[in-house]
Design a protein around this ligand. Structure first.
Ligand code: TXA
Ligand code: MG
Length: 351
């Protein structure tokens, strides 16, 4: 099969919608990351998503619809969900709600809840309206790789596995949607994203963030969101995060990079725009501006993918506070680093 990356003309969106109704996969842009879509009501089509990604069958999928009214046949929409949709949808938010029997259990990996999302990207909106079915779509990466934020990333992972990738440009947000469980007594954020806990609290009052968001799972611990169990967002190089006062962070990273370089190993540094000049002469890339976390979210996955493409074995990254959008950024960076972190303030302490 030859995979085509197509501009999102009305005609191409119609072709993509036809692919979906025929039980085929489509690469779909959203405002968060690209999705690998299939008709959620077609069991065989949904199975082919798992095969194309190499995704374990026990990791459930999100279903996408264009409008709130389209949700009723598929899940029990409660008052909290309506409030959140009014405030944030369409947008980068996924809600877990009790599933109705119309959704095949292969979509939810047998769970009683289904994850639902209304993407705001205009191409996703048009495609969902054109096909008229809910679209099950995980991120369109090979399982374990950083999520794709451009059509080229999707092509890189999915070449030959589907006919059409609609090219909607670079994804604006750059990180996957916030996942909130609305079936628990207290609404619980299972995956932080573009809609921050503070934004959710402003609408729902009490909201908690699952404590597994900022740490690896303990041996034998059951993940609330099955996707959190797997190694995720992982570049092939070994990534270490370095925290602390910026000049100490730069001193530690430069010392470690020089040591590795003298052992013949190449090193790449991920630094904030504001700190780039501290790493002159080294392989340093900007991960966006510290004063504008949106730019960091937007770039993070493509910077990780680039490091993979360049086969850099050792990576060091600066970090930012895990607040607001920073929580989502640090969740992804932390997982990419398997939560390996050096405290520069400790390392550089006077003896
Ligand atoms: O931004 C996004 O959400 C993108 C775009 C394409 O919409 N999609 C995405 O899907 O990130 P995926 O499959 O890569 O991540 C979905 C996450 C996984 O961690 C999965 O375990 C969790 O949502 N999930 C889905 N259904 C669930 C359920 N019923 N209960 C608990 N977790 C669920
Ligand atoms: Mg994913």
């Amino acid at each position: 099969m030859i995979t085509q990356v197509l501009p999102p003309t009305d005609e191409n969106i119609e072709r993509a919608a036809q692919q979906l109704t025929l039980g085929k996969l489509v690469g779909m842009p959203t405002e968060t990351v690209y999705g690998l879509g299939a008709n959620a009501l077609d069991e065989a089509a949904v199975r082919s998503i798992f095969a194309a990604k190499g995704r374990p069958a026990d990791n459930p999928l999100i279903i996408h619809v264009a409008l709130p009214t389209a949700l009723e046949p598929y899940c029990e929409v409660n008052a909290r969900a309506y409030k959140l949709m009014e405030a944030f949808c369409p947008g980068p938010l996924t809600m877990l709600l009790p599933k109705k029997p119309s959704i095949p259990s292969v979509v939810t990996a047998g769970l009683p809840s289904v994850a639902v999302r209304l993407p705001s990207h205009p191409v996703a909106q048009k495609l969902l309206k054109a096909c008229g079915v809910p679209v099950a779509a995980p991120s369109a990466n090979t399982s374990g790789k950083p999520s794709p934020t451009t059509a080229a990333h999707v092509l890189n992972d999915m070449q030959g596995k589907l006919e059409i990738i609609l090219d909607g440009g670079e994804c604006q947000v750059g990180l996957e949607s916030t996942v909130i469980d609305l079936t628990s007594t207290i609404p619980t954020v299972l995956r932080p994203g573009g809609i921050t806990p503070e934004m959710l609290q402003s609408v729902l009052g009490e909201v908690q963030v699952s404590d597994s968001v900022m740490r690896p799972l303990r041996p034998g611990e059951k993940a609330l969101s099955p996707g959190m169990r797997y190694r995720h967002y992982a570049p092939s190089g070994k990534l270490t995060m370095v925290k602390g006062e910026p000049s100490r962070v730069a001193a530690v990273i430069k010392r470690l990079a020089n040591e590795k370089n003298s052992e013949g190993q190449s090193v790449r540094i991920f630094a904030f725009e504001e700190h780039l000049s501290a790493y002159q002469g080294m392989d340093v890339v900007s991960i966006g501006s510290l004063s504008n976390p949106e730019t960091v979210a937007h770039k993070l996955f493509s910077v990780l993918r680039q490091a993979d493409g360049d086969q850099v074995p050792i990576l060091y990254s600066e970090i930012l506070p895990a607040q607001g959008l920073g929580l989502a950024i640090m969740n992804r960076l932390g997982r990419a680093a398997a939560f390996t972190e050096i405290d520069a303030d400790e390392t550089e302490k006077e003896p």
